[in-house]
Design a protein around this ligand. Structure first.
Ligand code: GTQ
Length: 346
């Protein structure tokens, strides 16, 4: 049985003021707000950021703001449900589209939030992470986990653009977000993505695992795509043709808070993703896809990005009848699982 709960206005004004003077508030007028029945209140709105409209504005930023005045030349994809100034795609996820022009350098720093970059366009750029110089090609995923030094450079001839995904909103909310500037890194020999290039074949550590908590910092798109194609070919009845970006030493998620995946939609396929508690981000690496999220339908072409609130099913439809489409997904499921609030409602 649910009772109507008392309102703030039901209380004498001087009583409420006495409470306030002591930095105290009554729970019952706000109880249903913080613990709504059956399903959480979500600020995250289904939102679509078309690349075609974003790119000219990003290139304009390249003319308006020199890299020295920006450090990171990024346009933030902000969810209007959270308020644009909050710079949140969802409660825990931040998205930014970053531009680096030929010859530019985004100086070395490290910070507490975890980041990844999904390369959207352009050749010749690299990110140096923890001394590993990682080349950036379209569709590659590059990790810059919490605390690792990273800087971006560009030896090519055309603009390079990538999508940044960070857990900044969560870490900021925790009052744990800060950065430290550093010197240009010395590039070290050896790269984790070369040593862990083939699943199941990992460097032998005679006594223990790699001392590095993040042994692999770059995931080449050519490898992820080949794995998806093999998975689809070998399992004709498999509906959700998807790979997870993992830590090759532990088999766990690549980073601690957000999860990263690549999904292949077969020609013409329509795939319903169940309603799970974490919010999700979808970014089209190759192809053309319709995303049905709550009451919105987004027509997504290559390099488009959208987001979906948690606790909602999402239907993705490949609009290409003769070719597969490929989608990069970021979600909050490692966070939800670790905190014990993960749900799959089907
Ligand atoms: O490239 O290091 O979008 O520090 C936001 C913060 C990118 C980066 C962002 C950052 C970076």
């Amino acid at each position: 049985m649910t009772h109507e709960l008392g309102r703030l206005e039901d209380l004498p004004e001087n009583y409420v003021q006495d409470l306030r003077d002591l930095n105290v508030v009554p729970l019952w007028p706000s109880l249903r707000g913080v613990l709504p029945p059956h399903i959480p209140t979500r600020q995250t709105q289904p939102t679509h950021w078309p690349y075609k409209r974003l790119k000219p504005l990003l290139l304009k930023a390249g003319e308006l703001t020199p890299i020295e005045k920006a450090e990171r030349r990024v346009l933030v994809l902000a969810n209007p449900g959270h308020g644009l100034d909050k710079m949140q795609a969802s409660s825990a996820m931040y998205l930014g589209m970053q531009l680096l022009l030929p010859g530019e350098w985004a100086p070395s720093h490290r910070h507490t939030p975890n980041a990844v970059r999904m390369i959207v366009e352009g050749e010749g750029a690299y990110t140096t992470v923890d001394g590993e110089k990682c080349p950036m090609h379209r569709g590659d995923l590059i990790l810059t986990p919490t605390g690792l030094w990273h800087e971006h450079g560009h030896d090519g001839t055309d603009p390079v653009i990538w999508l940044d995904v960070l857990d900044l909103p969560l870490v900021y909310y925790m009052e744990a977000s800060y950065h430290v500037n550093g010197e240009p890194q010395k590039v070290l020999t050896g790269r984790g993505d070369r040593q862990y290039a083939h699943g199941g074949v990992v460097p032998t550590r005679v006594f223990e695992r790699s001392q590095k908590p993040y042994p692999m910092l770059r995931y080449a798109w050519t490898d992820a795509k080949a794995a998806l194609q093999a998975l689809a070919e070998d399992n004709p009845a498999l509906e959700q043709v998807q790979v997870t970006y993992t830590n090759p030493e532990t088999g766990g998620d690549a980073e601690n808070i957000l999860g990263f995946y690549a999904l292949m939609l077969r020609p013409g396929q329509s795939l319903r993703l169940p309603a799970r508690s974490p919010a999700q981000v979808f970014h089209v690496i190759e192809g053309e896809v319709q995303a049905q999220i709550v009451n919105r339908q987004f027509h997504m072409v290559e390099a488009d990005t959208c987001c979906a609130p948690g606790y909602e099913a999402v239907t993705l439809t490949n609009l290409q009848a003769d070719k597969a489409s490929f989608i990069f997904i970021a979600d909050e499921s490692p966070l939800h699982r670790k905190l014990g609030v993960y749900e799959n409602r089907g």
